[in-house]
Design a binder for this molecule. Structure first.
Ligand code: CA
Length: 233
């Protein structure tokens, strides 16, 4: 079945180049120029044509992409990849709880964007395989790889893609200190230009989400000048 991707971008030249790359790769692009149209498209589409993923420009004429994403998250779990032109926007994307799955910085290659789209969709696809669940008893995490989901104290966490990968990396080696470079290798393997502060920003947002579940617990430990670890025992 063809997979529809919604492009929310007011610059027609950019939207066209994304649509072309998507079509070349077998996707069905759908384009709107306004945030309100994007929300409407995600609300009204019938399930057969409902976009599987949203490519969302931050700078839109009617409302910014962050607000679109916030409203979208109230009724829809479709992954969102932001298009951003400024580094201060990247800080907001990685540091805040706006539910983005990835971002690309303008100017970008449409081919690279389509590759990112594939990675995100593959991660979220229900493979029908057995759930490779294992738990870290001390911190009460359960990783459900097939669902790309992590439960903390039996509560499912709403994580962005990188938060999920980051927490998974820490959970897989409880008690081991992972340096920022190691985390970048494991978590941001597809984003070689990742910065230390990106890792730190994701740890911050992850901690905030864990705190919502259990304010008394802080299972991620900071090792100054070394990196991070998940509390062992
Ligand atoms: Ca724009």
């Amino acid at each position: 079945m063809p997979v529809t991707i919604l492009i929310v971008e007011d610059e027609l030249a950019i939207a066209d180049s994304i649509a072309y790359a998507l079509r070349t790769d077998g996707f069905v692009p759908r384009h709107v120029s306004l945030g309100a149209q994007a929300l409407q498209a995600m609300r009204e589409s019938d399930p057969a044509t409902l976009p599987a993923l949203v490519v969302l420009d931050v700078g839109l004429p009617d409302m910014n992409g962050f607000e679109v994403c916030r409203q979208l998250r109230q009724f829809c779990n479709a992954p969102v990849i932001f298009l951003t032109a400024r580094s201060d926007e990247i800080d907001r994307i990685v540091g805040l709880e706006i539910g983005a799955d990835d971002y690309v910085t303008k100017p970008f290659s449409p081919r690279e964007l389509v590759a990112r789209i594939r990675v995100v969709l593959r991660r979220l696809a229900p493979p029908g395989a057995a759930t490779a669940a294992f738990s870290v008893p001390a911190a009460r995490f359960e990783i459900r790889e097939a669902e790309a989901r992590i439960l903390y104290r039996a509560q499912a966490l709403e994580l962005t893609r990188y938060e999920y990968l980051l927490l998974k990396a820490l959970c897989e080696r409880p008690g081991h200190v992972l340096s920022r470079a190691q985390l970048m290798d494991r978590v941001w393997a597809d984003a070689p230009d990742t910065l230390d502060r990106t890792v730190d920003a994701h740890v911050r947002s992850l901690r905030a989400k864990l705190r919502l579940v259990d304010p008394a617990d802080d299972p991620i430990q900071t090792h100054r000048g070394m990196g991070y670890s998940l509390a062992g025992t």
